[in-house]
Design a protein around this ligand. Structure first.
Ligand code: ATP
Length: 225
């Protein structure tokens, strides 16, 4: 008898550093979509950010490792941080599919990024090979995902509503799930700023991450603009 197809969430990000907003979002998406696990994918050299001041991939990866240790259904993928050059989501997805060809992937991202998905490399192909889980990001309510971005709108048809998720399907039978999460309003930017100004970050990220940041003297310098 064939086993049930594994459903894997992929949560890409800079994670500079990982915080309770990321962890809470991953938990909520895992429950709502019934995912077997969520793999965090820290970026190497992020194509969407000014890389001059981004913390080393090794430190960011280490912090994600520390954060997921508490969660049996979470793990970390080191593919992008080990890769030379810019990491594009399309390349990562192709690679991860080759590692687990039987699995069904759900790429998780915030609505503030999804609204400009057409700027991503080979974005049309992304929707041929992966499902997407688009989450509301607290603090970005004006971008609440009630509809699909124009660039992909005509490729998807309304499929169904399950709980807080509105699902759309395309001709490749891939889904886009627009999910209203409860979430936690926190950003890595806020954490970096608080550390630099000597403030507390204890309820914004797990204790181990806070200790790592202090031990490694991260975020003490103001990032060059
Ligand atoms: P920065 O402040 O440096 O821009 P960030 O907090 O946005 O960082 P990223 O690592 O850039 O964190 O985000 C990775 C992914 O997590 C993105 O898809 C982003 O939309 C999502 N995300 C970040 N913070 C939250 C949050 N509080 N709730 C839900 N999703 C979030």
């Amino acid at each position: 008898m064939l086993g049930k197809q594994k459903k894997i969430g992929l949560f890409g990000g800079t994670f500079d550093p990982i915080h309770t907003g990321h962890l809470r979002a991953a938990q909520e998406v895992r429950e709502i979509l019934n995912l077997d696990k969520v793999s965090f994918v820290p970026s190497g050299r992020p194509p969407h950010k000014n890389i001059a001041h981004v913390t080393s991939p090794e430190d960011r990866y280490e912090m994600v490792q520390l954060a997921v240790r508490e969660f049996p259904s979470f793990d970390v993928v080191d593919y992008e941080i080990r890769k030379e050059g810019i990491s594009y989501t399309i390349d990562t997805l192709i690679y991860l599919r080759s590692v687990e060809p039987e699995a069904e992937f759900y790429f998780i991202l915030g609505n503030e990024l999804f609204s400009s998905i057409e700027s991503w490399k080979n974005y049309r192909e992304l929707f041929q090979i992966s499902n997407f889980a688009v989450i509301t990001r607290p603090g970005f309510e004006n971008l609440s995902p009630r509809s699909l971005p124009l660039a992909i709108e005509d490729k998807f048809l309304y499929y169904k509503q399950t709980g807080n998720a509105t699902l759309y399907k395309n001709s490749a039978c891939k889904l886009v799930a627009l999910i209203e999460i409860q979430g936690v309003e926190v950003s890595s930017t806020e954490i970096r700023k608080r550390v630099r100004l000597g403030g507390s970050i204890s309820n914004l990220t797990p204790k181990e991450i806070e200790e790592y940041i202090m031990a490694k003297n991260l975020y003490l310098q103001e990032a060059p603009q």
